[in-house]
Design a protein around this ligand. Structure first.
Ligand SMILES: Cc1cc2nc3c(=O)[nH]c(=O)nc-3n(C[C@H](O)[C@H](O)[C@H](O)COP(=O)(O)OP(=O)(O)OC[C@H]3O[C@@H](n4cnc5c(N)ncnc54)[C@H](O)[C@@H]3O)c2cc1C
Length: 608
């Protein structure tokens, strides 16, 4: 059977290898061309690629069950098995960067006889009489009887065929930075399988141990906490890392040195979308969704690759069971996801909403069930609670397992007990010190040197995926990090392209003959060549939508409608973006010509 898998992330690669070993011919298509020969990988479409990942035991189990050579390859590449602190020898997954994980998994897929990796953008799922016949990739059809959409959280390919996603913004944002331990330096203290986590009222910090003595330091804040956005500057991040003991123990210049600039994260959200369409039916016989394309959860609990590979394993079994009856396979998979994956999504939605509430200064609410973080926080003081919490934390028991200790934990909180706060600055002290530090001059030359040395995030803020700028087929996944850290977007993305003049968005999709000049011009005329004679395409704007809470709140959700560009007319972005003002207005002339909708994001505005 010929199958196409859209997306060469963990879900797509794992599924392809496993299917090939069961006799399928699997073509994996991703717009990212792969790592190339160097140390770094400018991964397209996955904004979290260089942010910290911990791979749980379920991921290890999945590899050992289907492709043990990948596990061996990861260890050979410097990854380390993780253990649960205080429980000697209890395995808890893998210490590894996402870059290392994907590189090794991808090599295994490349070596697998039944798998073919292809670079390209999947534009459309093709079908006849309700049955999948393949996909269109850059204008060419690739035939397949089965298409698995493993396009991740930002993939848009099949959205129109599916019911709406449940969920929404997590209310959290984060920045991270990679460090490398100095020769001979000892690790700092740990309190979690992945390294360290400390929760303060108003912010959370973590250290993730990776492969090859590399680690990531992470600081998470409420996304509404604007003073803490300053953490994205190097000086503020370093000041915070010095002031927070759990981070200082790992980032002291005597034990480690930075490997990357500070990497701002993109939008964090919880979403769940099943296999069925609006009418509650399977939209196409032979089209199945898996991985983050089904469920995305707040990364603070590091559950995403686990829920993805659990799905992949179940789907592979169901495909074996149901043969070519893909409709019944989709239905069975949907049912299984509803029982085994959706509970993790629901868990995060409840947890995150309560965190946002408490982040605004409110106390524990004893009139409603306690969220999981409060139950977990009560565990160290009560072995009965700990017994129930441990399997939940390890994702060996579903969130409903916590119901057994709800009452017990609530009794603790009812006495007035609250989880102890670790040593370190309060949220207000942190805001004060990062605010003061953010005013000091940045050192772009050092960031550039870090970038050249391997940690190639763009200077002053944009993570590597965001620097694709307005290349062909810019998608949400490429730019969402920039929008998540709005302050940086105007300078890094919009200004260099639009300058201080109104300009239309023209995206080059042809080969660039002269690379010295940007493929963007200020007043392009529809259906004419670009100003340096290169082939080019134009963006046709079908609509404009505000994303989240925009800078200075001047552009409100839905508030753009009155001024939205009409289909086949181009948008113009006015200057002053840096001053918290984003303006989109119609161009009276030059309707856009032959075009594809590229879904570019401009300063918190999605152009469709
Ligand atoms: C900040 C952050 C930190 C995280 N930390 C952790 C962690 O510690 N542990 C953990 O387990 N999980 C973590 N996760 C979640 C984890 O990253 C995801 O669960 C994982 O990436 C899902 O894999 P996937 O293969 O389903 O999708 P993805 O990794 O998103 O891959 C999808 C691929 O499909 C491609 N694609 C999409 N559409 C098309 C198209 N039309 N044509 C061609 N290619 C296409 C994309 O370019 C991409 O390469 C984190 C997530 C975030 C946001």
């Amino acid at each position: 059977m010929r199958s196409v898998i859209v997306g060469a992330g963990p879900t797509g690669l794992y599924t392809a290898i496993a299917l090939a070993r069961r006799g399928h011919q699997a073509t994996v298509i991703d717009r990212d061309p792969g790592p190339g020969g160097g140390q770094w990988w400018d991964r397209k479409g996955v904004m979290q690629f260089h942010h910290p990942h911990h791979f749980r035991q379920q991921v290890t189990d999945a590899l050992l069950a289907e492709m043990p050579e990948v596990w061996d390859g990861l260890l050979a590449a410097g990854a380390l098995p993780a253990v649960t602190p205080g429980q000697f020898g209890v395995p808890a997954g893998l210490h590894c960067r996402r870059l290392t994980f994907e590189r090794v998994l991808r090599s295994a897929a490349e070596a697998e006889p039944g798998v073919r990796l292809r670079t390209g953008h999947v534009d459309e799922v093709c079908s006849e009489q309700g049955r999948v016949t393949g996909v269109m990739v850059d204008g060419h059809q690739v035939e397949a009887g089965l298409v698995i959409d493993a396009g991740g959280r930002a993939g848009r390919l099949t959205r129109a065929l599916r019911g709406p996603a449940a969920g929404g913004d997590c209310g959290a944002a984060y920045v991270s930075r990679q460090y490398t331990m100095l020769p001979g330096a000892a690790n700092g203290p740990v309190n979690a399988p992945f390294g360290v986590i400390e929760n303060y009222p108003g912010y959370t910090v973590a250290v993730f141990i990776h492969d090859n003595r590399i680690l990531s330091v992470l600081i998470a804040r409420a996304s509404a906490d604007h003073p803490l956005t300053a953490l994205r500057t190097r000086a503020a991040f370093e000041a915070a890392a010095r002031a927070i003991p759990a981070l200082a123990a790992w980032t002291d210049p005597g034990c480690s040195r930075p490997l990357t600039p500070v990497l701002p994260g993109g939008r964090l959200y919880n979403s769940y979308r099943g296999q069925l369409n609006d009418a509650g039916r399977v939209a196409l016989d032979g089209l199945i969704y898996a991985g983050d394309s089904v469920c995305t959860t707040n990364p603070v609990a590091g559950r995403g690759v686990t829920t993805s590979l659990l799905q992949a394993r179940r789907l592979i079994d169901l495909l074996e069971e149901h043969g070519r009856d893909y409709v019944s396979c989709s239905l069975a998979f949907d049912h299984w996801c509803a029982g085994h994956i959706r509970p993790w999504f629901d868990d995060h939605v409840y947890w995150d909403a309560d965190l946002v509430r408490r982040g605004s200064g409110q106390d524990v609410d004893l009139t409603r069930p306690l969220p999981p973080d409060l139950i977990m926080a009560a565990a160290p003081a009560d072995p009965e609670i700990a017994k129930v919490v441990e399997p939940y934390q390890a994702m060996l028991a579903l969130p409903s397992s916590l119901d057994a200790v709800q009452a017990r934990a609530r009794d603790s909180y009812a006495t007035g007990w609250r989880p102890p706060v670790p040593p370190g600055p309060t949220r207000d002290e942190l805001a004060g010190l990062v605010g003061a530090a953010a005013g000091s001059p940045d050192r772009p030359a050092e960031d550039a040197a870090l970038s050249r040395a391997g940690g190639r995030a763009a200077p002053s803020g944009l993570a590597e995926g965001e620097r694709v700028g307005l290349g062909a087929r810019v998608e949400e996944g490429d730019l969402e990090g920039a929008v998540g850290n709005r302050a940086g977007l105007a300078d890094e993305l919009v200004q260099p392209l639009f300058g201080h003049h109104p300009a239309a968005l023209v995206v080059d999709v042809g080969p660039v003959r002269r690379t010295r000049r940007l493929p963007v011009k200020q007043h392009p005329v529809s259906h004419r060549g670009s100003w340096c004679g290169r082939p080019h395409d134009q963006v046709q704007v079908a609509g404009v939508e505000a994303v989240g809470d925009l800078p200075a709140g001047r552009v409100r959700r839905g508030g753009l409608l009155a001024r939205r560009p009409l289909s086949r007319q181009r948008p113009v972005v006015e200057p002053q973006l840096r001053r918290g003002r984003v303006d989109v207005r119609l161009v009276r002339y030059h309707a856009a010509g032959r075009s594809e909708v590229l879904g570019a994001l401009v300063a918190g505005v999605v152009l469709r």
